[in-house]
Design a protein around this ligand. Sequence first.
Ligand code: SF4
Length: 349
Amino acid sequence: MRYNARQLSRLLLDWYDRNRRAFPWRALPGETADPYRVWLSEIMLQQTGTATVISYFNKFITRWPTVHTLAKAELDDVLTAWAGLGYYARARNLHRCAQIISSEMAGEFPCDLAALQKLPGIGPYTASAISAIAFNRAGPVLDGNIERVLSRLYRVTAPLPGSKPELRNLSLALIDCARPGDMAQAMMDLGAAVCTPRGPDCTHCAWRKPCMANALNCAESLPVKPARRQSPTRVGAVFWLVREDGAVLLRRRPERGLLGGMMEFPGTPWRDEIEDIAQHMPAACNWRALPGAVRHVFTHFKLELAVYTGACSCMSSVDGIWVKPESFHDFALPAVMRKVAAHVQSQHP
Ligand code: SF4
């Protein structure tokens, strides 16, 4: 039997009504979704999984319960609260977007795709997700979970990302129903809980009968991914300069570029080969290289940092600010710099 879109959506929504995941940003059945919560969660979820996002979302919503309160926050406070989620340009765009919604739109998020996409940090996917989930508008919502589920349901064998237009059309056809927001969330939940990348639980899946990949026993081979390119490794050195009172030198990264506006320990640029490190030392002192290195993986490259420690008695002759390690949490230190701090402290307990 061939299933039409209406039958497929009914099967999935029945399952969703019994198995939907509870998230702090999700409206309960019968409730109206809060666009601020939906937007905040979608920005956080752009590169991060739900398990990690929950605690960040709760922290933000407790501190800034409305878009107006977030708009009035200091950017540094937002960056500090964001630390650990990575991709700090998202936090800067989040803050800018809140200011626009608060000051130019009276705190009301727009509901249509074109208006949403004009806002900072909202691309086509996020706009579709907000429009569907917060405003129950039909649109093409396609995250990694949904791509996997649809690739299997319809046995799409063209590799990603080339198959995205086909998947987009399939998703559009499927969500042509009275509950587009629930349909999008149902596919996300099915992908997260049942149609998992490895070992999908086809036996208990709402779509086990219509699913072509299940019928042909090829679910795990889909979606077809492009061959991975090896990401390059960059290297650098970082300097942990301690003052007599135990404070450590921090400086702010340039506003534009990777980790823009975040704090860091002074160091060399990150390049394919180590630079002449002496010219980047923040002060003349007796520098000592620590054994080992700090490693961190960014989206497009891996980083290896050599760490040097030094002590000085200078109070004002270096660029940056002095911060005691117990106060680092008050500053927007990205994960890689937290690793540097942990590396130093593990050797100077
Ligand atoms: Fe995924 Fe299996 Fe369900 Fe098909 S039947 S959608 S492969 S879990």
